[in-house]
Design a protein around this ligand. Structure first.
Ligand SMILES: Cc1cc2nc3c(=O)[nH]c(=O)nc-3n(C[C@H](O)[C@H](O)[C@H](O)COP(=O)(O)O)c2cc1C
Length: 244
């Protein structure tokens, strides 16, 4: 048997359904908003579903999917970025309590915020942005090229971060998940992140682009770059994207 750190064992035991305490929702606490908004200059995006009408066989995308770690200098078009945002986190339908998107999510919590590091996208200044999924718009948080070097450093110098057109950094908004599932919701955050990144992989195949899932990063450095506290909000998954 492998010797697992006791804290990990404790986490798995503590988050078994039978060990769950009443959740905030069961205690009647108010629900968190569907999406927490960022402050900054806003950019309207082209309709995200535009490229969805281009036929591309699903089986071909699945069969051709590989991790790409080298990209060309060709910039990503804004409509392509809008498409990638749409397939990963775009909102198809919203009610007062939930959103429905192109990816599944436990209890339709959709407890992610999408941050972008833009390096080479037509019409966008380099820098760090937040995607407002409900409004399908970008908010510029930190303009400038310097954040690219910090992202690369946070990801242990992986060379994709010199070449990417844009990097997706999905951030867990813990309160949204915790409200309904309590501590078991931590498991669901990590499961949900996988669906999001897989859609990015497949969609990249349809626009002559590539991506690679990245989980090797320094949590503290990445959270600090995005000004996240690391508790209520933390970076959960990263994916650089570029044209091939
Ligand atoms: C959870 C997860 C974390 C990963 N982290 C990294 C990473 O930090 N750097 C990297 O170059 N590739 C990373 N990868 C990509 C894998 O190395 C890649 O999927 C694997 O080698 C299989 O290759 P393929 O995707 O081309 O089929 C990660 C993949 C997953 C699913």
């Amino acid at each position: 048997m492998i010797s697992i750190n006791n804290d990990v064992k404790k986490f798995l035991e503590a988050t078994k359904q039978k060990n769950m305490k009443p959740t905030p929702r069961q205690e009647g606490k108010p629900a968190p908003p569907l999406e927490k908004k960022a402050e900054g200059e806003r950019f309207t995006l082209p309709e995200g579903g535009l490229l969805m009408s281009d036929p591309h066989p699903l089986n071909q995308a699945i069969a051709e999917r590989v991790s790409h770690r080298r990209y060309s200098d060709t910039p990503l078009e804004l409509k392509e970025l809008a498409y990638l945002l749409h397939v990963t986190q775009g909102v198809k339908k919203a009610t007062s309590k939930a959103t429905f998107r192109n990816v599944p999510s436990a209890g339709a919590r959709h407890a992610f915020l999408t941050y972008l590091h833009v390096r080479n996208v037509v019409g966008l200044k380099p820098g760090i942005y937040r995607y407002h999924a409900l409004d399908h718009e970008l908010v510029l948080l930190n303009e400038g090229e310097k954040s690219g070097a910090s992202l690369k450093e946070a990801c242990y110098g992986q060379t994709m971060f010199d070449q990417h057109a844009v990097s997706f950094i999905w951030v867990a908004d813990v309160e949204r998940m915790y409200h309904v599932y309590g501590e078991r919701g931590y498991r669901y955050l990590f499961l949900d992140a996988g669906h999001v990144c897989q859609n990015l992989y497949l969609a990249c195949e349809t626009i002559d682009s590539g991506t690679v899932a990245v989980a090797a990063y320094d949590d503290d450095k990445l959270n600090s770059l995005l000004k996240l506290d690391g508790d209520d909000f933390f970076a959960i998954y990263v994916a650089p994207v570029g044209k091939l």
